[in-house]
Write a protein that binds this ligand. Structure first.
Ligand code: ZN
Length: 504
């Protein structure tokens, strides 16, 4: 309560960012850091990037079914802020969850003073356990990297790729590597092509689905990514996947098969594109990715049923994204989630493939009316009919918005410095983001941002020591709770946090 009252006061006074930096004190939940039972041998940590309560609630309303993660016996609420900003980013948040260390925006595996901190994954490896890291975005992206890299800036992809080669972790799977040759030239320590270093370290590199499916523990250390990487070396959105693509649940199942061993394992799985879809305000895309994430959790639950006395599964989000809420002024008390079902393609695929093709074929000679059937085809929105009765019918004011956006898209406008235009389109293709706004609003969903928000997230747990995940606590406590259940001693980290961030 101390934190929330104080924070509310600060918000009311509209104090400057500098003041806010010093203000949040994390809720030290000492009693749940002590676990006295037998340590868990198999530990899963699932991180839904950008997955707050609205993302989970919308997915359940869409499918009509409860998410598996929401059936777990332990349910907690988690605050997410960074050391230097109330609204966190994936690097700072993942560092907190991985190591119990509050840090600054953009920093990975280190305290704000650049002192390196050990992640649960590194501690598990040192304890002789197998370790796996799976993500639907590039495997050197902030969330996965927080478990094996220590860099002051998350964009140091080359250094992160080198750290991966030196990690000795057993399984990496999902997206690819962003900068194996130091193209960005932001590494001060070039050691040669990072993929060569990864191979030299004994990793088998697999990108073919058949070869992937045939992998066996005897193959040793593996790094694997899907042959088609859609954007920024990430897996395609779940709704854009083709049969020949490797899904997040398939990567998770293979990781379990590869890691299962008498010494036990730690496996982190990130649903990374829930976040990306929410940045772009595309509800159908984040819902399908949340379903894929939940299906990945199902693989862990299957395993836990065979080893109920030795397994802990923890599921959390690193922050909310998009300022999503389950209600919209235009629909009052109405919710029409079925309106999201005709959408068959993600915003990304639409703006990468459909829009450029249209531009090329019509060279600016086509009107918005000419384009309407394409919108109906991919999103289900209709341009005739009674908008009062059918949420798929575009309202008059929405038609004006779409026409405006279409004109800007045809003129290749995508970067908007003007604040009014930024509010409308963010950094996205104007037409695409307007289509998802219209469709999502008509379904009864509201977006308030193209960035993350500061609302707390939910943390769920089942299995050994799971009851310690009930309650209201900060994201650093997730690391402490997991370490406690794994029989690790987190005292070094506690000292750093207490000295530097909990002074008030
Ligand atoms: Zn994000």
């Amino acid at each position: 309560m101390r934190f929330s009252n104080k924070f509310r006061l600060l918000m009311a006074l509209m104090v400057c960012a500098v003041f806010m930096v010093a203000s949040p004190a994390y809720a030290k939940d000492k009693k749940v850091r002590v676990y006295k039972g037998k340590p868990a041998k198999y530990v899963f940590l699932f991180i839904g990037d950008g997955m707050g309560l609205p993302q989970k609630g919308a997915t359940e309303a869409f499918t009509g079914e409860q998410l598996l993660m929401n059936t777990f016996p332990a349910q907690g609420m988690t605050t997410t802020y960074a050391a230097d900003r109330f609204i966190t980013g994936s690097a700072a948040s993942a560092t907190s969850i991985a190591s119990g260390q509050k840090t600054n925006i953009g920093m990975l595996g280190m305290a704000p003073n650049q002192k390196h901190v050990k992640s649960i994954a590194e501690m598990a490896k040192a304890d002789g356990k197998k370790v796996g890291i799976v993500s639907s975005v590039s495997i050197d992206h902030a969330t996965p990297a927080a478990f094996y890299a220590h860099v002051p800036t998350r964009g140091q992809y080359y250094d992160i790729d080198v750290a991966l080669s030196e990690s000795d972790f057993d399984f990496f799977g999902g997206g690819g590597l962003k900068d194996v040759t130091n193209k960005k030239k932001n590494s001060k320590n070039y050691k040669g092509n990072a993929l060569d270093l990864i191979k030299k370290a004994g990793y088998k590199v697999v990108t073919d689905k058949e070869e992937f499916m045939a992998l066996k523990p005897a193959d040793g250390k593996v790094i694997s990514w899907n042959a088609w990487l859609q954007d920024s070396k990430a897996l395609p959105y779940a709704m854009d996947m083709r049969p020949q693509d490797i899904t997040l649940p398939e990567f998770t199942a293979k990781a379990i098969e590869m890691l299962d061993s008498p010494e036990g394992f730690f496996l982190m799985v990130e649903g990374g594109k829930i976040d990306w879809a929410c940045h772009a305000n595309d509800a159908a895309a984040f819902i399908q990715n949340t379903i894929a994430f939940d299906n990945s959790i199902a693989k862990a639950v299957e395993f836990a049923k065979k080893h109920p006395k030795d397994t802990l599964i923890v599921v959390t989000g690193d922050h909310e994204c998009g300022g999503l809420t389950l209600g919209f002024a235009g629909t009052k008390y109405g919710s029409y989630y079925d309106a999201l079902k005709p959408q068959t393609i993600s915003f990304q695929q639409f703006s990468d493939q459909v829009v450029p093709l249209w531009k090329e074929e019509h060279k600016g000679n086509a009107s918005f009316e000419d384009f309407q059937p394409t919108i109906t085809h991919f999103f289900g929105l209709e341009f005739e009919g009674d908008a009062k009765k059918n949420p798929l019918v575009v309202k008059d004011y929405q038609l004006a918005m779409l026409k405006d956006a279409y004109a800007r898209t045809m003129k290749d406008e995508t970067e908007f410095k003007n604040p009014e235009l930024y509010n409308l389109y963010g950094g996205y293709d104007p037409l695409t983001v307007t289509i998802t706004h219209v469709l999502n609003n008509n379904a009864g969903l509201g977006w308030t941002s193209y960035k993350h928000t500061g609302v707390p997230v939910a943390t769920s747990a089942m299995g050994v020591g799971s009851s310690s995940f009930n309650g209201y606590y900060d994201n650093v406590d997730i690391a402490y709770k997991i370490m406690a259940v794994m029989g690790m001693t987190p005292k070094v980290h506690a000292a750093i946090n207490n000295a530097e961030f909990a002074s008030n």
